[in-house]
Design a protein around this ligand. Structure first.
Ligand SMILES: [Zn+2]
Ligand SMILES: [Zn+2]
Length: 119
């Protein structure tokens, strides 16, 4: 299998692939914020979109998680937690516009809070 790949893609095209990959426009934004629900200082790791202490979030994304396009900016209440395929997913309902969506729980999220919301 490896030999076949090598025949189709000579080393030069591998280099090209690598260059394209290096130019990807993905910007990981680190955002520290103070939780507007419990007041905890949250240190962002670039993916943080909710408070790890109380799990409340803020409606900042519109379509894609991370797009930060929403005009709403209301607090989002964690209404329940799902446990799927070995990971926790938090279901939110926005207190401003009732928009609902779910996100993956973060590594630093309060386990007890998560478990509380599973049932
Ligand atoms: Zn909080
Ligand atoms: Zn909203």
């Amino acid at each position: 299998m490896k030999n076949i790949i090598r025949k189709i893609d000579p080393p030069s095209s591998f280099d090209k692939l690598r260059t394209t990959d290096g130019q990807r426009n993905f910007v990981r934004k680190k955002e520290d914020f103070r939780c507007e629900h419990c007041g905890a200082e949250v240190v962002g790791d670039g993916y943080t979109d909710h408070c790890p202490k109380c799990l409340w979030g803020k409606h900042v994304d519109r379509e894609i998680p991370g797009d930060r396009e929403s005009e709403c900016k209301s607090l989002m209440e964690p209404v329940r937690v799902l446990y799927k395929k070995g990971e926790y997913r938090i279901v939110y309902r926005c207190t401003g516009c009732s928009h609902k969506f779910e996100v993956r729980a973060g590594i630093g999220d309060d386990r007890e809070k998560l478990i509380e919301l599973v049932n």
